[in-house]
Design a protein around this ligand. Structure first.
Ligand SMILES: Cc1cc2nc3c(=O)[nH]c(=O)nc-3n(C[C@H](O)[C@H](O)[C@H](O)COP(=O)(O)OP(=O)(O)OC[C@H]3O[C@@H](n4cnc5c(N)ncnc54)[C@H](O)[C@@H]3O)c2cc1C
Length: 335
C-alpha cells in the first residue's frame, strides 16, 4: 500500500516513522523546512511519551527541556500548587524533524487532493486544526490562541508551570518553562480576550519575544468530528478532534490516534470504532466544559459527569503527568 501523510506535526511525523516500518510512505508539509514552527506550548507527560516513542525506537528523554515539580494554578484569591508526576516541556520542533529524517518528506508544499488520489492508495489527513482534506465539520468549535516564545536571559519570571484560568473556564493563560531561562507565554479563550491576557503578562514580565504563534485549537470532540474517513482520506490527530477538552492538551491524544491507525490498517471501519471507543470520555468532558462556559454547571446535578472526568484522570495520573486531587478539581470548577 502506498500512503501519503499530509501534515508533519505531532501525529504526522510519528506516523511517518511508524508506518515506514511496513509500508511505502511519503510525507507532505505546507510549512517550509527553514521556517517550520511546531505551534504548541510543548507541555506533555514524559511517562506516556517514553512509552509511545519506544515503539519507533526513539528516546523521549533526549528531548526534555524542563522537568516540572509543580503546576501553579492561579485562581485569583488562591493559588493551587498541584504536584506533578512527569509533566515536562520538550523540544517538539526537533522531535518532529528527527522523526521524519531519512524518510521521503517534502516541505513547503500543499498537494491537491486530486493529485494525491491519483498517486496514493491512502491519504492521511494529519493537518491538525486545518483538516484540509476531510469534509468540514458541521458546528465545529475552535478556541483562538496566541503564544510567544520568550527569552528571559536566564532570569525567568516563574520557575515552574503556571496557569491562570479565566472566569467560567473559557480558557486560560499559561507560562510553560523551557530551557536556559526561556518559556512559552500564551493564552486561549472562547471569549477572545486571549491577546489582552498575554499582553498584560508581557507588560508585567517583559522579555525578548523570539517567536509569535497564533493558531486556534479544536474543541470539538472526536464523536462530533465525523467523518474520519472520506474516499481515500482518513484523519488522525487534531483533524478528528483528539484534544482533551478540559486542558486543551492534544499531543498525547494525537499520538494515540496515530498508533490506533497503525494497529488497525487496512481496516478503516475498525479504526473508526476504536477511535470512538478510546475518546468516548471526551464527549462528556466537552459537555462539562460547555456547561461551565455558559454558567450552568451544577456541582450537585452534574456530579455524575464530574465524577467520570475525575476518575478518568485519577486512573491516568502518569499519562497526564499530574497528581489528580478531588479538592483541586472542585476549586477549579467552582472558580
Ligand atoms: C498555542 C497552542 C498551545 C498548545 N499547547 C499544548 C501543550 O502544551 N500540550 C499539548 O499536549 N497540546 C498543546 N496544544 C495542542 C497540540 O499542539 C495539538 O493538539 C497537536 O499538535 C495536534 O497534533 P496534530 O499532529 O494533529 O496537528 P499539528 O501538530 O497542528 O500538525 C499539523 C501540521 O499540518 C500542517 N498543515 C496544515 N495544513 C496543511 C496542508 N494543507 N498541507 C500540508 N500541511 C498542512 C501544519 O503546518 C502542521 O505542521 C496546543 C495548541 C496550541 C494552538
Amino acid at each position: 500500500m502506498k500512503i501519503a501523510i499530509v501534515g508533519l506535526g505531532v501525529a504526522g511525523s510519528y506516523l511517518m516513522r511508524r508506518l515506514a516500518q511496513d509500508y511505502e510512505v511519503v510525507g507532505f508539509e505546507r510549512q517550509p523546512i527553514e521556517t517550520f514552527k511546531a505551534v504548541c506550548a510543548w507541555g506533555t507527560s514524559r511517562h506516556e511519551m517514553n512509552r509511545i516513542l519506544r515503539l519507533v525506537d526513539f528516546a523521549f528523554e533526549d528531548y526534555v527541556l524542563h522537568e516540572g515539580r509543580y503546576m501553579h494554578v492561579d485562581l485569583g484569591r488562591e493559588v493551587l500548587h498541584i504536584p506533578l508526576k512527569g509533566l515536562c516541556t520538550y523540544d517538539k520542533h526537533r522531535l518532529e524533524m528527527d522523526l521524519v529524517k531519512g524518510l521521503k518528506a517534502f516541505y513547503g508544499v500543499k498537494p491537491s487532493l486530486e493529485d494525491l488520489v491519483k498517486r496514493f492508495d491512502l491519504i492521511v489527513d494529519a493537518t491538525g486544526v486545518a483538516r484540509a482534506y476531510l469534509p468540514k465539520i458541521v458546528g465545529d468549535e475552535v478556541i483562538p490562541c496566541l503564544e510567544y516564545r520568550v527569552d528571559y536571559s536566564g532570569a525567568p519570571p516563574l520557575e515552574d508551570f503556571y496557569i491562570k484560568p479565566f472566569p467560567d473556564d473559557t480558557g486560560y493563560l499559561w507560562y510553560f518553562p523551557l530551557d536556559n531561562g526561556s518559556g512559552h507565554v500564551g493564552a486561549g479563550d472562547v471569549r477572545r480576550a486571549h491577546i489582552q491576557h498575554v499582553e498584560e503578562f508581557m507588560r508585567r514580565h517583559p522579555g525578548r519575544r523570539l517567536v509569535k504563534m497564533g493558531r486556534a485549537i479544536r474543541f470539538t470532540p472526536p464523536s462530533r468530528c465525523r467523518p474520519f474517513v472520506s474516499g481515500k482520506v482518513v484523519g488522525v490527530g487534531e483533524s478528528i478532534g483528539t484534544v482533551f477538552p478540559l486542558l486543551g492538551e492534544g499531543i498525547i491524544p494525537s499520538l494515540h490516534s496515530a498508533e490506533i491507525l497503525y494497529e488497525t490498517l487496512p481496516d478503516l471501519n475498525e479504526y473508526e470504532r476504536r477511535i470512538l471507543e478510546e475518546f468516548e470520555i471526551f464527549e462528556d468532558i466537552h459537555r462539562l466544559v460547555k456547561l461551565k462556559h455558559i454558567g450552568k454547571l451544577s456541582l450537585v446535578r452534574d456530579f455524575p459527569i464530574i465524577y467520570r472526568a475525575f476518575t478518568y484522570m485519577k486512573n491516568r495520573e502518569e499519562r497526564f503527568g499530574l497528581v489528580i486531587r478531588a479538592g483541586d478539581l472542585r476549586k477549579i470548577l467552582k472558580n
